[in-house]
Design a protein around this ligand. Structure first.
Ligand code: NAI
Length: 336
């Protein structure tokens, strides 16, 4: 048959990977007949633990799993990759400033960008999950100049799924009937979950904003709930969302590779200035996917309240970008 799809997963001994790897091997990312060759990247202190994950993957006896490689060498991990899921990142410690977090991660995504640039297969699709995901994707792209920007993305599908689930619950409709929901901007607490154009299949008379209590209720309840959902899960579980993140990563790749059937989904991608966002910013947009490519849904009416949210999350991303770039240029100068 066809050669297996080479899939690199970083942070492979971590929490998200523990839910993600079985989902990939079960065909939730590339379909029920595509075999996968997993390349798992970790940092040296996690290699023993990663060895245990490899034992379990083997013991699962997945028919679709062609091979597993575990390594702490980025060049080996990314060689020949057809898809790369970048989950590993430096975690935010207590009291850590944004600039410090950006600096730690800029180093990681610079190195991994260079390794992808050198070794990835043509057409490799990259999704950055590790936070700050949008800015990490921007850094990675900068250091992977041979990889087209359209092949690099940041995960905001988890936020998207959270918003869809909340709308479905509010209107009492099946999940699959909800359309037109999207996430704008940064995967952070400034993201804007937008339901102003939400629709319910078969119920053209339902006005979702009205059912959800009107604009004021959205800004007081729904929007902050989605923005802070990750923090609520950490508070409850004492660990961050992993099951739902893994599901969202599979959804993201499955839509990208296999198409979204005309549905609007959300992806953090570098646009060309759509909706007044600076070109090249990795910004979550409403997109549709077809033929292995995403395209930003254009021509949507953005109301005044939405515009304020979109501008706020855009400003946060510009600030992250300039912090990250100044860290990198300081690092480059200190090596001279
Ligand atoms: P975790 O701490 O359980 O696992 C992360 C793993 O990455 C660890 O095993 C660590 O050793 C590894 N790692 C660190 N630096 C690495 C490097 N340079 N190369 C390879 N591996 C490296 O964390 P978890 O829960 O799996 O989350 C991972 C990341 O995903 C975090 O940054 C988290 O904030 C982010 N996240 C993003 C979401 C999104 O929607 N974009 C949703 C949920 C989490």
């Amino acid at each position: 048959g066809d050669p297996p799809m080479v899939v690199t997963v970083t942070g492979a001994a971590g929490q998200i990977a523990y839910s993600l790897l079985p989902a990939i091997c079960a065909g939730r990312m590339f379909g029920p007949t595509t075999r996968v060759a997993l390349r798992l990247l970790e940092i040296p202190p996690a290699m023993t633990s990663l060895g245990g994950v490899v034992m379990e993957l083997t013991d699962c006896a997945w028919p679709l799993l062609a091979s597993v490689t575990a390594t702490s060498d980025a060049a080996e991990a990314f060689a020949g990759a057809n898809a790369a899921v970048l989950v590993g990142a430096f975690p935010r410690g207590p009291g850590m400033e944004r600039a410090e977090l950006l600096a730690k991660n800029a180093g990681i995504f610079k190195a991994q960008g260079a390794a992808l640039d050198a070794g990835a297969a043509p057409g490799c699709k990259v999704v950055v999950v590790g936070n700050p995901a949008n800015t990490n994707a921007m850094i990675l792209s900068h250091f992977a100049p041979s990889i087209p920007k359209k092949n690099i993305s940041a995960l905001t599908r988890l936020d998207h799924n959270r918003a869809v689930a909340a709308v479905a619950a509010a209107v009492g409709a099946p999940l699959g009937d909800v359309g037109g929901v999207c996430i704008w901007g940064n995967h952070s607490s400034t993201q804007y979950p937008d339901v102003t154009r939400a629709t319910v299949a078969g119920k053209p008379d339902v006005n979702v904003v009205e059912v959800m209590g009107g604009q004021q209720a959205l800004s007081e309840t729904f929007i902050p709930t989605i923005q802070k959902r990750g923090a609520a899960i950490i508070a409850a579980r004492k660990m961050s969302s992993a099951m739902s993140a893994a599901k969202a990563i599979c959804d993201h790749m499955a839509s990208w590779v296999g198409g979204s059937d005309g549905a609007t989904v959300s992806m953090g991608v570098a646009g060309a200035g759509e909706y007044g966002i600076e070109a090249g910013t990795f910004f979550s947009y409403p997109v549709t996917c077809t033929g292995g490519e995403w395209s930003i849904v254009e021509g949507l009416t953005v109301d005044e309240a939405s515009r304020k949210y979109i501008d706020a999350t855009s400003q946060e991303l510009q600030a992250e970008r300039s912090d990250a770039l100044s860290v990198l240029s300081a690092a480059a100068e200190s090596k001279l």
